[in-house]
Design a binder for this molecule. Sequence first.
Ligand SMILES: *Cc1c(COP(=O)(O)O)cnc(C)c1O
Length: 428
Amino acid sequence: MNYQNSLAFAIEQDELDPLKEFRDRFLIPKHKGKDAIYLCGNSLGLQPKSAAQYIADQMANWQNLAVEGWFQGSDPWLEYHKPLTRSIANIVGAKEQEVTVMNSLTVNLHLLMVSFYKPDSKRFKIIMEGGAFPSDQYAMESQVKFHGLDPKNAVIEIFPREGEVTLRTEDILNCIKEHGDELALVMFSGINYYTGQFFDLQAIAKAAHEAGAYAGFDLAHAAGNVPLMLHEWGADFACWCSYKYMNSGPGGISGIFVHEKHFADKTMNRLAGWWGYRADKRFLMAPGFDPAVGAEGWQVSTSPIILLALFKASMAIFDTLGNISTLRKKSVALTGYLEFLINAINKDLGENVFSIITPTKEVNRGCQLSIVCSRNAKAIFNYLAENGIIGDWREPDVIRLSPVPLYNSFQDVYHTAKHLANAIEAVK
Ligand SMILES: *Cc1c(COP(=O)(O)O)cnc(C)c1O
């Protein structure tokens, strides 16, 4: 796209935007009586206007049907998650049976590792990206300790080369090869939360399998953000949260993926609960766990219907998009515009005050740009906040800004860049 540094250009792009109607489906926080510019969907997506009604409907079912709500009403709770798995399968590129919604993200990561991390004396190592989201680091560390191993030997973190900020795919693949015989699991995020780097998950899964290891992905920052093809890429398992790019509310329900190639494996460990029991026989309450075939077999507890209602409101919006590629197309244009405008600021200043550490190529990133400020970083971030621009701050000097194609506009991006440029003078 040929970008221009002008408000007229931004207005024109917004008018041409095939997704422009979607912004109106969300509640946008206010700043001094006007819409704030919300660029923080990487942390918590905005509330769909419809969400309150989805909850109200289930409160009414509870009120009117009480326990019969599990079996009666327009959408009985027992089957309430079913249409959601269809939507989510579309978003992550899976077969319907390969996904379900349950629990929270880190809990699901642990549950899946019970099945997919089976260290023995020979194969016990986990490879992950250095600087992964802390919860994932703690999960790996505690899993390894749980098996009586020392994280120092068992967890291999890959860091960027000296002087570089993101990982090279070749380095990831070489590291997998190097530890091949001792490798049990390659566990990567889809998009690193700090740098915004989108990893080559297909290549990583392939290398893991060639080494004889499993490949698992944490897609917290990728699901609903970038196109994914988990089934085709052959990922063994994956999990994600839905409160970032999928707008399901704080602490919203998580999702899991288990590749169908594992469905027949009866030897797999799992921490079972009755909600993972085959649905047709669950209420016989018989002894002996007989799992549902598919991802549902990993469910443990009764569906949290209110959380699912929030997620359903969100999926109704994604469903009307049809194909996630329209979303991606706008996302690439919008994030590219922010990058273009930031580069223009640096050019005007004759100095790189704002260094974007997120990769430049669109295949290597999603919505988010992570921007290192060379001076007055925190003051610049505060200046943005005072002017109604909500991004987020990561120590020591990184501002993360994520234009989200469902509810952000080219004008949002344009005004953000103007404020970034003004901030440099204002905070001197
Ligand atoms: C946001 C995020 C989490 C958060 O996990 P919760 O269990 O929902 O608190 C975990 N891992 C990654 C990679 C994340 O981006």
